[in-house]
Ligand binder design. Structure first.
Ligand SMILES: [Zn+2]
Length: 648
């Protein structure tokens, strides 16, 4: 099934991304005044009921969602700094509306509702609602600082020995005396290859420090956010912020998660000990060859030696593999596969109204019934001032109006894949291919579900389940029959050789112990700072101590503060980061028990999956859909097997 020919008009919501700072400001002022008016009307109800309180609030949330989300979206993606600033100011102003949303959230549950009502009836307590405003301002400043403040270093060609030819194509340089130096920033497409391939330890150390000493102002912002989250949770009678968050998750309290992380950590250490000895041997040999003394393993050695273990053990080279993953073919291939499994049809829109010329827009339709599903955008290449990870933004949630008419969903996938160079098209690493499968999975999760209320739409599900559908789709990146569909040499068009696919698949669990321990560290750090009753845990010191304790790579003598660029802590993953590992358990079970058995292109399995897991979104408990799909309760056996651990 091929991606259908482009069309020149778009169905569904036509959103305007071309907003001036004044227009953004006007929209926000209107949202705020409409919000206040509605709040007044609702508050004036003499006999409050679901219909005269909740319905008007949630309906407004449905209708205003898109405008709100577009104005927020631009702060990370607009090419115009004035627009990015206006968008950020808008988010800060909208705290008034957020309090309104906060109110709806609380009203959805009777027990919380009672507390909130008591709070509203008490003028002293009302004055404490301030932290919500401040919290929001902190998070916008924190993430803006990460996007804006790139570190960079200048290196000679020798200092970057180990990096491939195309790394230097079109790279910015500066002359120091008669020496030409290459500028390497801490943006992913610059930073990751250098950390993985630069032979010089001093180069990797300088870059690591450049990255870990960015945004010093963020340390205090995070520390303050932790305190304010605790205050807000305690206002609602929870002991800690984590306890408050967990009420709406699959795992019902932080102890369950700590036990999960601790158990996994013990199991992973068995693998990691072995991996560390292999890495020590490699570094010792390098040091000996260079006539330098060996000291110990540092954080800047991590990516370099993890990659070396993989290359040596499996006789594979990422640069060779990359030649078979030209960006365009891979994207088209993945979209084709998703169309097949999920019985969808994607149509690319020509000359769409977008926020940058790199951005593509697609319509999604149901293949059989010719029913429109929603729109999505792909913004895949890096540029200055842009959000610097890969993620998907829901820009409009689907919902159904009282008259039965339906609003269609819109989502945007944003990534920073390598750009084409003068000598070659954009070529992806295999890990980029897996990222693409993952993020496009979020797009599907966002645009496929059918719910009445926008707030239950798609990815608005339990935070420790929301990653499962995307993680499940990462498995497609390791199936030879899937790779055979789109992996072709960018010059010759030859399909990827079977021997290379075999070697690639064999690397799946290379250094799985250490790589997963990193995730355990992030999860445990997050719980450590968010599960205290006094909010006093030092965010900077705890980060350094736990990273060294759990992952066993040292940070060196320089003063560093990795917590300042841990964007998840300020973008809605607070006390929820563990969800990445936690939902892997579900994703592995879903994949192994059904798709692996019934076929990775099987549309009947795909349909069951859509009906039981994707379509209901957050409108039901995910456990219900999961048990229906599996025909039993989920367990962790498939997950342990998938990372090379024994099951017991
Ligand atoms: Zn994800």
């Amino acid at each position: 099934m091929a991606t259908t020919t482009p069309r020149s008009h778009a169905k569904g919501s036509v959103l305007n991304f071309n907003l001036s700072p004044t227009e953004i400001n006007d929209i926000v002022e209107r949202l705020i005044s409409d919000g206040e008016k509605l709040q007044n009307t609702v508050a004036a109800q003499v006999s409050p009921t679901f219909d005269n309180v909740i319905v008007p609030l949630a309906t407004r949330e449905n209708e205003k969602g898109a405008e709100n989300l577009v104005t927020m979206f631009l702060q990370n993606f607009s090419t115009d700094e004035a627009v990015r600033d206006a968008s950020m100011a808008a988010e800060e102003k909208l705290n008034v509306c957020r309090i309104l949303l906060f109110q709806i959230k609380s009203l959805m549950r009777e027990d919380v509702y009672k507390v909130v009502r008591a709070v509203y009836e008490n003028p002293d307590e009302m004055s404490k609602l301030g932290p919500e405003d401040r919290r929001l301002e902190l998070s916008t400043r924190f993430n803006r600082s990460i996007n804006k403040n790139d570190g960079h270093e200048a290196f000679t060609r020798e200092e970057l020995d180990g990096l491939p030819e195309d790394y230097f194509d079109g790279r910015e340089t500066k002359d120091v005396g008669d020496v030409t130096k290459y500028i390497v920033t801490t943006k992913y497409p610059d930073y990751l290859p250098a950390m993985k391939l630069a032979k010089s330890e001093s180069t990797r150390r300088r870059l690591f420090y450049a990255d870990e000493t960015r945004c010093p102002e963020n340390i205090l912002l995070l520390q303050e956010a932790v305190q304010l989250r605790l205050e807000a949770a305690q206002l609602l009678k929870y002991k800690t912020h984590a306890e408050f968050i967990f009420v709406r998750n699959m795992a019902k309290n932080p102890d369950v998660v700590l036990e999960f992380e601790q158990d996994l950590r013990t199991r992973l250490n068995v693998l990691a000990d072995q991996e560390i000895s292999e890495i020590e041997a490699l570094k010792k040999a390098d040091k000996e060859a260079a006539g330098e003394p060996y000291d110990e393993l540092f954080s800047w050695d991590f990516d370099y030696y993890v990659n070396m273990v993989k290359e040596r053990k499996h006789n594979i080279n990422d640069e060779e593999v990359k030649l078979y993953f030209p960006m365009e073919e891979v994207t088209r291939g993945v979209l084709d596969i998703y169309q097949e499994i999920f019985s969808l049809r994607f149509i690319r829109v020509e000359n769409p109204p977008v926020w940058h010329p790199d951005v593509e827009m697609y319509e999604a339709w149901e293949a059989e019934e010719d029913k429109f599903v929603g729109n999505f955008y792909l913004d895949l290449y890096p540029r200055a001032g842009k959000f610097n990870h890969a993620a998907v933004w829901p820009i409009r949630h689907a919902f159904t109006r009282e008259d039965g008419s339906h609003e269609y969903p819109v989502a945007a996938m944003v990534a920073n894949f390598p750009k084409p160079t003068p000598s070659a098209p954009a070529l992806l690493n295999h890990s980029d291919v897996v990222t693409l499968l993952h993020e496009l999975g979020h797009v599907l999760h966002d645009i496929c579900p059918i719910t009445k209320w926008g707030r239950f739409h798609g990815t608005n599900t339990e935070r420790d389940f929301v990653e499962a559908p995307s993680q499940m789709l990462e498995n497609w990146g390791w199936e030879p029959e899937v790779l055979g569909r789109f992996a072709v040499h960018y010059k010759t068009g030859e399909p990827i050789p079977e021997t290379l696919v075999k070697k690639l698949v064999a690397t799946k669990n290379s250094c799985a112990g250490l790589l997963n321990l990193y995730q355990v560290f992030f999860g445990m750090y997050d719980i450590s700072i968010h599960n205290t009753t006094d909010g006093q845990t030092d965010v900077k010191e705890t980060y350094l101590r736990q990273s060294e304790n759990i992952v066993s790579f040292k940070n060196g003598d320089a003063d560093t503060w990795g917590c300042a660029t841990f964007g998840h802590m300020m973008s809605g993953y607070d006390a929820r980061y563990y969800g990445y590992l936690y939902s892997l358990v579900f994703s592995a079970d879903i994949f192994e028990s059904r798709f692996k058995k019934e076929g990775v292109f099987n549309p009947r399995t795909g349909m069951d999956y859509c009906n039981m897991i994707l379509f209901p979104g957050g409108s039901h408990d995910s456990m219900v859909g999961l048990e229906k799909f599996l025909g039993r309760k989920p367990n962790n056996k498939a997950f342990l097997r998938s990372i090379g651990l024994a099951t017991d």
